[in-house]
Ligand binder design. Sequence first.
Ligand SMILES: [Zn+2]
Ligand SMILES: [Zn+2]
Length: 227
Amino acid sequence: MDLVYPPCCVSCRVRVFDGCRVICRVCESGLLPIDAPFCERCGNPLDTPVVPCPACPGRTFYFDGAISGFEFNRPLQDLIHQLKYRNRPGIGLFLGSLLAKRVEQEPGMPHITGVMPVPLHPLRNRERGYNQSAYIARGISDVMGIPVLENVLARTRNTPTQTSLSPEERMANVEGVFEICDVEAVRDATISLVDDIFTTGATINSCARALLQAGAERVFALTVARA
Ligand SMILES: [Zn+2]
Ligand SMILES: [Zn+2]
């Protein structure tokens, strides 16, 4: 297959000679980690650690903390686009491993019992063929050696795409759409939800709420990018 479709960088299309690489070294070095200071609660990058986080007031976050790995710049936009719309689930494994290495450097991170991908509705899952967040979670799991909690949380309603909605509309759009199917796996667990992009946090917040209601001890949010 490599002779027909020689492997090339998903961002700049330059030929890569290591068939396992999804992005060339130059583009990979353009991935910019979101370093401290950021809000410990919602993960919002801050100019100085002392200012109150402008994203937090008026919001109720059900997760205890959030880490977004990287700025949503060009090479990362290309990676996530290919992951979601071009049938490239392997990119999720790659992004998950990058995110895990970033999280492992975080001093305040507690011990996590499992990573849980934000579920897609079954119809969306069938269209895409896979859940991109599940591949990101597997990439994290491979590096950190913690299990992926799949088929524990389900999305019961297929909600319209959120891109044109305000933060308040996004919250309402995803309220109560997640349901726990395995309460035993959740009880007293410290779980990290995993998704590709943190925008307003509405989706991941709705998941976190369902997990807490089912008896999870603590919930964190890990996302590859922050829009
Ligand atoms: Zn490149
Ligand atoms: Zn915040």
